[in-house]
Design a protein around this ligand. Structure first.
Ligand code: NAD
Length: 293
């Protein structure tokens, strides 16, 4: 079993760290919010005095932080975790951040294996250890990280070199957002044409218009009882997080010269949804805004 340092005990990080401990690893944790650290200590994890302290002596060091600037500061800033980590430690960032920062941090890891390993599956996936990990980094780094990630997830894909995990995550969520919006529009048109939600679902979920947004995460109540539409769009995956990921995708598209007009339109729609107060709702709740026009 490994000694692991884990930094960032928010909605995702706290249950991920608990699952590592459940799998028998020794986990030292840190968060700048004292109550998050206290809750982790109460759950049997070992609180550290700083991020650097959590990294010191660990074989594997993991971060789960809000955005690129937090990740850069935590790893490379004064008293940073790269400097505190042993020369043979494997460093893993599971946050969703921009590709450029992921590559920058990896390039400044002092020769240590550094992986970007963003996740999909949300808080339920973090709690149930069923996350999907998309991983960027060397093959050797991936081989060392995989058994650790298995304690927190069930699908772990090596996508390529540093930054490839973030790239995969941004592409996936851009496709998801555009598909969700298209699915919502299908239901809105069906309503106007006098078609029931169930009739459209029964046809599309067995036809060429099918998608995860339709068959698993249906944006209207009824056809898929577990979808957020059945609980007034309580997330799930909050619209604010989708807007963040779409922003990162557009940044990456601009930086690489990729033409992604649907991604740009999806970002504009989600920004409007946030401005109208929808940020805390599930991202499928955008159907309510689209219905109004
Ligand atoms: P969160 O805001 O709940 O948690 C982030 C934690 O990091 C907070 O507890 C905060 O105090 C801590 N933190 C910030 N700066 C720190 C620092 N310098 N040192 C130590 N701790 C610090 O966010 P979350 O929902 O847990 O998401 C984390 C990451 O995972 C984000 O990048 C998010 O986009 C991504 N993600 C979230 C979900 C989801 O459904 N919540 C799904 C997939 C991916």
């Amino acid at each position: 079993m490994a000694r692991i340092g884990f930094v960032g005990l928010g909605n995702m990080g706290a249950p991920m760290a608990r699952n590592l401990a459940k799998a028998g690893h020794r986990v030292a944790v840190f968060d700048i919010v004292p109550t998050a650290l206290e809750a982790a200590a109460a759950a049997g994890l070992s609180p550290a005095a700083s991020a650097a302290e959590a990294a010191r002596g660990a074989e594997v060091v993991i971060t789960m932080l809000p955005a690129g600037k937090h990740v850069r500061d935590a790893w490379l800033g004064a008293g940073g975790m790269v400097a505190a980590s042993g020369p043979d430690a494997v460093l893993i960032d599971c946050s969703t951040i921009d590709v450029a920062t992921a590559r920058e941090v990896a390039a400044n890891s002092g020769g240590r294996e550094m992986l970007d390993a963003p996740v999909s599956g949300g808080v339920m996936g973090a709690e149930g250890a069923t996350l999907a990990f998309m991983v960027g980094g060397t093959k050797a780094g991936f081989a060392r990280a995989e058994p650790i990630l298995q304690a927190m997830g069930r699908k772990i894909v090596h996508c390529g070199e540093a930054g490839a995990g973030q790239a995969a995550k941004l592409c996936n969520n851009m496709i998801l957002a555009a598909t969700m919006i298209a699915t919502c529009e299908g239901f809105i048109l069906a309503e106007r044409l006098g078609l029931t939600h169930q009739a459209l679902f029964d046809v599309v979920s067995n036809s060429s218009g099918n998608s995860w947004a339709m068959s698993t995460y249906c944006p209207v109540p009824g056809p898929v009882p577990g979808s957020p539409a059945n609980r007034d769009y309580k997330p799930g995956f909050a619209a604010a997080l989708m807007a963040k990921d779409l922003g990162l995708a557009q940044e990456a598209a601009k930086g690489s010269g990729a033409n992604t007009p649907l991604g740009a339109q999806a970002l504009a729609f989600y920004q409007r949804f946030l401005e109208a107060g929808g940020g805390d709702k599930d991202f499928s709740g955008i159907i309510e805004m689209l219905r109004k026009g």
